[in-house]
Write a protein that binds this ligand. Structure first.
Ligand SMILES: [Mg+2]
Length: 175
């Protein structure tokens, strides 16, 4: 579900689509930009305009860690949530994400051919993956936000942007 917004000068711009979860999507160009909702309503099956997409700022990764820790504590499930079990649970959820893409062939960015129900199912399964990933990091004592900063720094060193101009597909897979 999404709605147009723009009622507040401090809020989203008039041409920005605001999803019910707070995510925002806006046209990348000043002219000819078409929102995802407009694209679908116009029956644009494959051609979705390049758009900037951002996450809502909350919840943070720490918020997610705390929510899942409370959920687990309240059910006395910590005896099951050791690192290996969490890893296997996460891989299982990755499989559930893969199942949604299975047999579709290539899928265009923005998922223009997917129904709202399919998108919501994908949101659920990606959330399952993230929740288990965050809990796995917690149980392994990996400070995930800081670890991401360190890894991104390493990635920048390993794959300098100046050298990527000549890069071809398949040569820039992060490891
Ligand atoms: Mg699931």
């Amino acid at each position: 579900m999404m709605e147009k917004s723009g009622e507040d000068s401090r809020g989203p711009k008039d041409d920005m689509v605001v999803f019910s979860n707070g995510c925002r999507e806006e046209p990348s160009g000043g002219d000819g930009g078409v929102s995802e909702a407009e694209s679908r309503s116009q029956g644009a099956a494959a051609a979705v305009s390049p758009q900037k997409f951002t996450f809502s700022p909350k919840p943070s990764i720490e918020d997610i860690r705390r929510m899942q820790a409370d959920f687990t504590d309240e059910r006395d499930w910590n005896k099951f949530h050791q690192p290996r079990n969490l890893l296997l649970a996460m891989v299982g959820e990755v499989g559930e994400v893969a199942e949604l893409f299975q047999w579709r062939g290539e899928v265009a960015e923005g998922l223009p051919d997917w129904t709202e129900s399919e998108r919501e199912q994908l949101a659920h399964e990606l959330s399952d993956v993230l929740i288990y990933l965050v809990e796995l990091a917690e149980k392994c004592r990996v400070d995930l936000p800081q670890a991401v900063l360190r890894k991104m720094a390493l990635n920048r060193l390993k794959y300098p942007a100046s050298k990527s101009q000549d890069a071809r597909l398949g040569s820039a897979v992060q490891q």
